[in-house]
Design a protein around this ligand. Sequence first.
Ligand SMILES: [Zn+2]
Length: 397
Amino acid sequence: MTDLLIRNLRPMGAATTDMLIREGRIVKMMPGIDAPDAAIEDAKGAIAIPALVEAHTHLDKTLMGMGWYENAIGADLRGMIDNERAERRRLNHDPHRQSMRHALALAGNGVTHIRSHVDVDTDNGLAAMKGVLKTRDALRDVVEIEIVAFPQSGLMIRPGTAELLDEALAMGADLVGGLDPCGIDHDPKGHLDTIFGLAEKHGKGIDIHLHEARQLGAFSMELILERTRALGMKGKVAISHAFCLGMEDWNRTQALLEALADQDVAILTTGAPSIEVPAVKRVLGAGIRMGAGCDGVLDTWNPWNRPDMLDRVRIVAQKNNMRSDVDLALALEVCSTGGAAVMGVTGHGVALGSNADLAFVNGETLAEAVAVGGPVALTVKAGRITGRAGQPLMEAP
Ligand SMILES: [Zn+2]
């Protein structure tokens, strides 16, 4: 692979320099690099940041490019779940095509790593899983996709789902998912014993959606922690949303945060404007790995989210009352290196020896780029240019 020499970039907003990339790594960073055999790219003064990481989304759900979806369901969780299962068939939803569109939109706009939950249920079986696995292979050189086998419709209330999850993991899903053990499944013990059992059987991690708020969510979280400890799964479990950590009971929240840190359970947030969410500074301050994601994009659930992690930085920052330049850098960190840490990616950064997974953003300073910048001017994955001006270089189907 040819070396890539990027001229006139500002690492994290610092003074202008050049960067030489060889075999997917940053091997030199200084002004005036001479590399006659390298391909040359002029960053024109853009700020180089670690690539953005979409650490919580649903590539199998988007309706991008399928016209406007008239949402008649509203915000009832059970209603949204049942509606989606039926609509997949009515709309003739193609999970491979749709996940290609979604993943490429992210990849063209600064993202090099995606963790996607993918629905597994007794109506649609493994169709979504097969489609997204195909996308993961097709985009191997563009964006790394981690797949969570996700029982969106429930596990204990829909017999046969556990067997499908088992099959999905054997097919190549990277993690076992779960969902509101009390609120959806009404059987927290059964639900959690099943997903932890599958994780143990396949030697894979867990990423569980926990929307349950306040004391109910805290109860489920304790059951998750109990099993993480008992099965020696420290560092292999993540909890998405974790709304219960946004509750007012300071002491109860503090005890949970300490237990999460002790078991190295990661937290993933979307900064959802409509509900209390875990506070970024409190979670990071407790020593917990934290990443962020846009969740589902333009699907039967929601007309709001966009496949845009720079926009998500702003949502997370606003939700957490972050305003100072230092705080904006912290919000950006959650949406880049934070997500990478949750996904177990090492060497994610803008430094000598780091992976050449980078995004280049325009702005006078890093904070300006975060607050008003975008689209991402240039995206680089393992030393290859994958996006320009927010658009992927590979065409989506
Ligand atoms: Zn989700």
